[in-house]
Design a binder for this molecule. Structure first.
Ligand code: NAG
Ligand code: NAG
Ligand code: NAG
Ligand code: NAG
Ligand code: NAG
Ligand code: NAG
Ligand code: NAG
Ligand code: NAG
Ligand code: NAG
Ligand code: NAG
Ligand code: NAG
Length: 707
């Protein structure tokens, strides 16, 4: 080999090494100021800090005009009907972006972009829409055209990405996994195309955002890393001030969503399917960390003029002495008010707004001895107002006082009116704290009567008639929540502690803290919440909640009232669930033995045994109806359970429905593992031993109880 060849060879190696050592071009060449904390889409930075991507290669789109406008899917001047069909156009930021803090948490961010959707066809016959996305995909996934908006692939088995997207969707897809509410809607999509919260242009006539008819839309999206609140604002006005109220807000911990991925990308994506439309991106900017966005506030001038007038009056009155401190205080008050108004929109005016200071005084600064209840998400205090009115005040646990949580609860409850539901009297949202004010129920909850220290007076009052009325009342309340409103409202925490009693021992179902509005028949996936013993098995297994989960909890409650036993008896290793216990009695043909003896034989009533007269037989039949209903409601298969109107009807007419023919019994063996034996089929010797043992144990217990 000549030295000449050797030189060429060495030079070659050098070139290869140099190429490998140089960092990826995107990171090295994007040198916009503060590029890692914010970016602005500008013609200057387009080349180095952004990448224009499409699925079809080569493709004319996305295309940048001389003015710096970006045609993501199509040139609006192109009149050809079928331009760029089945494609995705995406612009991604490729510069350095510190979206995570040193601990790996996703930081707060906000973004603002302006776009125009130009359609050439009729409503619902255009392309698919545009979306802002924060995703784990550096490029649009393969086969993600059309309804998939460049967010995720068509084939379910190819979906590995996590993303949060704000979609501006112009085509209604009715596939069950997407189920768009209309052909013009805005939604927040979290790793799924079925929007967590769709916003319809028809929902609010004063802010119509008709996405399909060539409007220019300005949109703002923000994420707060401490509250995990994702908020979206949008307007069709070209005047670039953010409206006061977000059109969407959803709470989601993005650090958790992206926990299994090291890289996150931000982009704007638009898609066409069998039809196309022009989606023009005019501007886009993005900031990580703290942000301040000016917003316009149509309601404010009026408020301010009132405040100013008030200040003026005060100044006149106490001019010389208190002028300065007064003004300061008024201003502070006005600011606080403004914040509460911001947090809670569209809430019916039928409920009163209280001042934080007023409620603090009423509860003696939320002192322990005023605490009358405690739930997973809140504490309840007894409050006495200056005028002597007694109220129950629910204070959300710290950190949970998110505007969307409280506004959801207020929104739901203020619309609901039923004699068996606890009415909301007022609310307060100040200093980041959420307080809900209810009627005060002197007698407290049913829980206390059923399982509290059974003082003679208490248990006498809870005789059979009253208990039946309570069960019927709760059934009526749930029937109303499920069927009486335009949307189905799930209660999701039906239990004895949430049933309050009026002076006349009427039931009032309270605590909508977990309630969530869903469209009828919609299935909502949530993380399992609720109270052990009352939670339907399908929630634990699948996280899917329908109104049948409330039916399950109601069944447990009905049996709890009828039997005077808790929903779960941890000391009973073989059948800790009350429903199993009742089922075993039923299997033995002695279901009424499961009843609380106090029902049929009140302490002050006639003597216990011997004379089973007509009225007692009637009573037994009535309670058999309750127990059978309880079992029907607690069936493992949600479909098999009756709905609340059937339940209420059966209770009103005292119809004894046939109990379920099969039952899935849970038992805990001595090994400690949970196993399932089916009580329906001819019982195997083993399972019958278990039942017999249980029956013996429980019958001993109940006969002790009678004496
Ligand atoms: C970049 O950041 C520095 C400090 O963080 C700030 O002083 C400067 O104004 C920023 N520049 C731009 C163009 O935002
Ligand atoms: C996209 O879908 C087509 C047909 O539906 C299929 O032939 C092709 O392999 C898919 N491509 C990818 C990358 O999945
Ligand atoms: C929109 O088009 C799809 C598909 O053609 C159709 O299934 C859906 O019903 C249409 N929706 C409206 C609102 O017209
Ligand atoms: C939108 O603009 C295009 C081109 O300017 C026009 O052909 C179309 O009719 C417009 N669509 C609507 C709904 O106004
Ligand atoms: C949106 O773009 C189309 C096509 O360029 C144009 O005709 C229309 O006027 C634009 N709309 C607005 C509100 O600017
Ligand atoms: C925004 O939408 C409303 C209702 O359709 C319309 O009256 C208004 O002109 C639109 N504004 C702009 C700037 O297009
Ligand atoms: C959010 O998710 C992160 C990562 O999983 C976790 O460390 C953090 O505790 C979560 N925050 C809250 C409030 O749940
Ligand atoms: C991350 O991976 C772990 C382990 O595979 C899994 O348990 C967890 O659910 C994943 N997180 C998300 C948000 O998918
Ligand atoms: C695609 O659109 C054309 C008209 O533009 C229509 O005739 C055809 O049925 C559509 N195909 C599908 C699969 O929707
Ligand atoms: C984006 O630009 C708008 C208009 O220039 C500005 O008001 C806003 O503060 C910017 N937002 C971010 C997040 O940089
Ligand atoms: C996030 O929310 C908290 C509590 O409302 C607030 O104090 C903080 O300023 C917000 N952060 C940003 C970046 O807006």
């Amino acid at each position: 080999m000549s030295t000449y060849h050797l030189l060429i060879f060495l030079l070659g190696i050098l070139v290869v090494v140099a190429a490998a050592a140089s960092p990826s071009p995107s990171a090295s060449t994007c040198s916009a100021p503060n590029a890692s904390m914010s970016f602005i889409l500008s013609p200057l930075d387009l080349q180095n800090c952004f990448s224009l991507q499409s699925l079809m290669k080569p493709s004319r789109y996305p295309y940048v005009t001389a003015d710096g406008e970006i045609f993501l899917t199509r040139d609006p001047a192109d009149s050809a009907q079928h331009t760029n069909l089945y494609n995705v156009g995406r612009i991604s930021y490729t510069g350095p972006l510190e979206l995570r803090d040193p601990n790996g948490r996703v930081r707060s961010f906000s973004t603002f972009f302006v776009f125009n959707i130009t359609t050439f066809t009729k409503y619902n016959e255009s392309g698919d829409g545009i979306a802002f996305v924060v995703t784990t995909d550096s490029e649009p996934p393969q086969n993600s055209t059309g309804r998939f908006l460049g967010l995720m692939p068509e084939k379910a088995s190819d979906r590995h990405q996590q993303f949060i997207a704000v979609e501006f969707d112009t085509f209604q897809n009715l596939e069950p996994e997407i189920l768009d509410p209309s052909a013009s809607h805005i939604g927040i999509d979290i790793s799924s195309l079925s929007s967590a919260k769709p916003y319809l242009n028809t929902a609010d006539p004063s802010h119509p955002l008709y996405l399909y008819n060539n409007y220019t839309i300005s949109a703002w999206v923000s994420y707060n890393s401490s509250t995990h609140l994702i908020q979206v604002w949008a307007t069709n006005s070209t005047y670039l001030q953010r409206p006061r109220d977000p059109i969407l807000s959803v709470s989601r911990n993005l650090s958790q969503l992206f926990e299994n991925f090291s890289d996150i990308y931000v982009g704007i994506t638009a898609a066409s399917g069998n039809n196309s439309q022009a989606t023009i991106l005019y501007s886009w900017n993005f900031t990580v960390g703290e942000f301040q966005i000016q917003h316009s506030s149509p309601g404010l001038p009026l408020l301010w003029s009132i405040v100013v007038a008030a200040i003026f009056a005060v100044v006149l009155f106490i001019a010389a002495i208190f002028a300065v401190p007064m003004i300061v205080r008024r201003r502070k008050l006005a600011l606080i008010e403004q914040k509460s108004i911001l947090a809670i929109r569209d809430v019916s005016l039928s409920v009163q707004r209280y001042r934080y200071s007023e409620l603090m005084r009423a509860t003696q600064k939320f002192s322990e001895h005023r605490k009358i209840g405690k739930g997973g998400f809140s504490s309840v205090y007894k409050g006495i107002l200056r005028d002597g009115t007694i109220l129950a005040i629910k204070r959300m646990r710290e950190g949970l006082a998110e505007a969307d949580v409280i506004s959801r609860e207020v929104e739901i409850i203020s619309r609901i009116k039923h004699r068996n539901l606890l009415e909301l009297e007022g609310w307060c949202y100040e200093r980041g704290e959420a307080l809900l004010v209810y009627q005060y129920m002197e007698r407290g909850s049913l829980d206390r009567y059923l399982h509290g220290d059974k003082s003679a007076a208490d248990s006498q009052e809870l005789h059979g008639e009253i208990r039946y009325k309570i069960i019927t009342g709760v059934a009526a309340a749930l029937e109303y929540l499920h069927f009486g409103l335009t949307e189905c409202v799930l209660h999701r925490d039906v239990k004895a502690a949430n049933v309050l009693l009026t002076d006349t021992m009427e039931a009032k179902l309270g605590d909508f803290g977990l309630a969530r509005l869903i469209n009828r028949d919609e299935i909502v996936t949530i993380t399992a919440v609720g109270t052990p013993g009352y939670v339907a098995p399908e929630i634990v297994h699948t996280g899917r909640v329908t109104e049948k989960a409330d039916v399950y909890s109601f069944g447990v409650l009905a049996m709890e009232i009828a039997c005077g036993r808790r929903a779960i008896d941890p000391s009973n290793m073989i059948c800790s669930r009350l429903s199993d216990w009742v089922w075993l009695h039923h299997q033995r043909g002695s279901i009424t033995e499961a009843l609380d003896p106090a029902i049929l034989h009140p302490p002050s009533g006639p003597p216990l045994r011997g004379d089973r007269d007509g009225s007692e037989l009637q009573q037994l039949e009535k309670w058999q109806c309750v127990l059978h209903l309880g079992l029907l409601c607690c069936q493992e298969d949600p479909e098999a359970r009756p709905d609340m109107s059937e339940v209420h009807q059966a209770l009103k007419s005292q119809t004894v429905l046939p109990p379920p023919s099969s039952w899935a019994l849970y038992s805990i063996r001595s090994s400690g593992t949970t196993t399932r034996s089916d009580g329906t089929l001819a019982p195997s010797p083993e399972s019958s031993t278990i039942s017999d043992f249980t029956m013996t144990a429980s019958l001993t217990y109940s006969s002790q109880y009678v004496r």
